[in-house]
Structure formats: C-alpha cells, structure tokens
Design a protein around this ligand. Structure first.
Ligand SMILES: Cc1cc2nc3c(=O)[nH]c(=O)nc-3n(C[C@H](O)[C@H](O)[C@H](O)COP(=O)(O)O)c2cc1C
Length: 414
C-alpha cells in the first residue's frame, strides 16, 4: 500500500499524525550556557510535519557534554529555552521527545568543569580525534568512574528527565547509541571493570538498566524511548559478544513497556552510510524479540522505509539528513517531490545558514510570488523588508514569511 508512511500510529499514549520521525541531530548552535535559542524553536517548528520529533542529544550535565554548543537540560535557563521549542511544536500538532545524553569518554578537558578529565567505565581512550572549540584534537585517556559516581550519574539522568517534563516535552529518549556512556558500559572494548558493572553481560548491562529504571520512574515506561546502535563501531566500539549483548538488552527492554525502541541501521556509522560489518545484526533480529514499537533510522530511502513499515520490521521511520534539507519531508513524500542532501559544512555550529533556511514547498512558492511582486514594482522592497523585520519570526514560519525574510535580508546585505 503506497503512502503508508502517512498512516497514523500510536506511540505510548500519543496518536501521531504519521510515521515520519525526525531523529536526533546535533547541530551545535546553542547560545551562552548551552541554552536553546529562538533559532532552535524555529528549526523544530519547521519540522513539525513529522509525527514525532526527537531532539538533538541534550547533555544531562556538563560532565556529559562532548561537543561545543549542544543545548543541555540541567539548568533553569536551558529548561526555559526548551519550553519555547516544545510550545511551537505542540502548536503545530506534533510530539517531541528530548534525547538524554551523556557522552562519557567522548569528551575533552576543554568542555569539562575545571578542565577535569572526561569519565568512562574504564581508563581507555577512544582511538581517534574529537572536535573541540580549538579544532580537532586527539581523544584523551578518560578517568575510570568510582562506584559511587555511577549512582550520581544515574541520578543526573533522573534529574534531567524531570527537567524535560518541566520543559514541556512529551517524553524522553535515552541515548544508548553511538559509543556514548551507556554503550561504553555495554561493550568489552571500553569496559574492563572488575566490579558489578563489568565482566559478564549481566554486569555490563547494569548501568543501562539503572538508567532506564530511573528515567521510567519519572516518566512511566510509555513516555520513554531508547536508541541503540547494535552494529556500529562509531566511537571506537567493539565487543566480541555484541550479538549476545544486544539480544540481552532488547529482551530486557521488553519488561518496561517503553514508547519505542529506536534502532539505527547496521550500515550507519554515526552520521555516515558505510559498508555494514560482517558481524552486523539486522533490525529483523530485534523485531523478532522486541514486543513494542520500533523506529528504524539510517540511510533510508522512501521505498526501503515503506517496505519496513509494510513488513512490520519497523512501526516508524527516521530520516535525518533528508529532514535537515527538507523541513516538510512528509509533504514531499506525498507529492513525489525530489529529496536532496543538506550542506555538510553547516552541520555543526553557525547561524541560520544550513539550519533554518532550507525552504518548504510553501516557502518556495510564497517567495517566488513575493519576488515577482517586487520585480514588477507592485510592492516596494524597503517597505516589505521593514514589515518582515518588524514581525515575530516564530509567527512567520508557516506561511513563507520567515524564509522570505532571511532571503531578502541576505540580498540586501550583499
Ligand atoms: C549532523 C548530524 C548530527 C547527529 N547527531 C546525533 C545525535 O545527537 N544523536 C544521535 O543519536 N544521532 C545523531 N546523528 C545520527 C542521526 O540521528 C542518524 O542516525 C544518521 O544521520 C543516519 O540517518 P540518515 O541517513 O537518515 O541521516 C546525527 C547525524 C547527523 C548527520
């Protein structure tokens, strides 16, 4: 059945308007104090065409921060900033979950309080480089967490989950993917602990279970999702027993009646499509053991996404880069409009360029009409600019005024 991605679906208590998911996309544009700005509200409002949005990774503490400019969820200013985002998304009949993030060893002293070392299950450095405010630098050897510190981090997840409630989110997604802290506990390559958090699969799973317990105690299971990358080596991750580890994790998750399990496809490394590893575990394996809703994401075309929904391998589908470049992706899908790639140079950091200036079909249409009126002299350019600049950007998003405002201001400053 064509068009099935537009079918409504229940996720937890929510009736979603379609099966399109905006997956988490770090864009490193937070303001001072890692606070979400008006630009974030515009960005997420523009993408409210998705049935469900998941925010970019949001650090649960300064210690959990791994990139400059990632909007956090541990200060009152950050909560206020996110409120504007959730308000705008709800106004447009979409739902939004916050991705709770602790990067563990994928951080740098320059991002930590008092230039402390990043923390991890064990003192094993990522083999690779990290993007810092001073450019790319080698990963440092992290400090192994003390037993009591692990409980503190679990509590930080709980506090962040409560902050997400205060900020008006519909739920939270636990970031268990991409070689960050939860993943670091799961895999042998980053966890050589000899206490109850290391060694056996049961022990390596303990931290994940404690985090899920804590977050579920705040939100209830049906408003909590979790993201996993069972086949990825991103973040220098390896474990000889990955199949058994992730099979055990997913079986365990069945107990929580979660909103969803979010699985990244085996041929994705971080943000890039790569050749899947020989020991990759197909999403279909997890479908056969997981009893709740599954979101599949990573390198999906509309056709493959449709197949996944039609066969039941996934209930919802995430499109990352496609949604970056096309805020109204579901409309493009129903209209058969072409889908392009976003500009790589503007993925991380910067202003509206490559962030909120990708047009929807409505934006393009409106701007063409405005330009025609300006060129014919029916409208005066100065008057139009003055009027647009006097308006509230958040009120200008849907009808094409916000896009036109950006375009005309750029032309005027040339
Ligand atoms: C710029 C960028 C930032 C990303 N940030 C995150 C993130 O914060 N959390 C996360 O779980 N995945 C992140 N990802 C991975 C995406 O959610 C997605 O899994 C990946 O882009 C593959 O999907 P796609 O081929 O549809 O883009 C990021 C990807 C990109 C391109």
């Amino acid at each position: 059945m064509g068009g099935c991605l537009l079918d409504p679906v229940m996720v937890g208590p929510y009736l979603l308007k379609n099966r399109f998911v905006l997956p988490p996309l770090t864009r490193s544009r937070a303001g001072a104090g890692d606070v979400p700005t008006e630009m974030h509200a515009v960005y997420y409002a523009q993408r409210a065409h998705a049935g469900l949005q998941i925010t970019e990774g949001s650090p649960i503490s300064q210690q959990g921060t791994g990139f400059p400019g990632t909007p956090g969820i541990y200060t009152s200013e950050q909560i206020e900033g996110w409120k504007r985002v959730t308000d705008e998304v709800h106004r447009r009949n979409s739902k939004i979950f916050l991705q709770l993030w602790h990067v563990g060893r994928q951080s740098h002293t320059s991002l930590q309080k008092d230039n402390a070392l990043p923390v991890a299950p064990s003192a094993i450095a990522v083999n690779g480089q990290i993007f810092t405010a001073d450019g790319l630098q080698d990963f440092q050897t992290p400090r192994a967490l003390e037993r009591e510190e692990i409980s503190d981090i679990v509590k930080d997840f709980g506090a962040a989950a409560r902050n997400a409630q205060a900020a008006g989110f519909d739920g939270v997604e636990i970031h268990g993917a991409n070689g960050y802290l939860i993943d670091q506990f799961l895999c042998e390559g980053s966890n050589t602990r000899t206490d109850e958090y290391g060694g056996s699969i049961e022990n390596r799973l303990r931290f994940l279970r404690e985090v899920v317990d804590e977050v579920v105690s705040v939100w209830g299971g049906e408003r909590v999702g979790i993201r996993l990358t069972p086949s990825s080596t991103y973040g220098d991750m390896f474990s000889s027993d990955k199949f058994d580890v992730y099979t055990a994790v997913v079986s365990e998750l069945n107990k929580y009646n979660l909103a969803y399990l979010h699985l990244v496809e085996p041929n994705i490394s971080g943000s890039e499509t790569v050749e899947a590893a020989e020991d990759a575990i197909p999403t279909s394996h997890f479908r056969s053991i997981y009893t709740g809703k599954i979101i599949a994401a990573g390198g999906l075309s509309f056709e493959v996404a449709e197949q996944k929904v039609q066969t039941g391998e996934a209930d919802l589908v995430g499109f990352g880069k496609a949604f970056m470049a096309h805020p109204d992706l579901p409309l493009r899908y129903s209209n058969g409009a072409p889908v392009g790639e976003p500009e790589r140079e503007t993925y991380y950091g910067g202003d509206e360029t490559g962030y909120t200036d990708y047009p929807s079909c409505v934006d393009e249409d409106y701007f063409a009409r405005l330009q025609a009126a300006l060129e014919s002299g029916a409208l005066n350019r100065q008057d139009v600019l003055a009027s647009l600049n006097a308006g509230n950007p958040l009120e200008q998003i849907d009808g094409g005024l916000y896009y036109s405002r950006l375009k005309l201001n750029r032309e005027a400053s040339k």
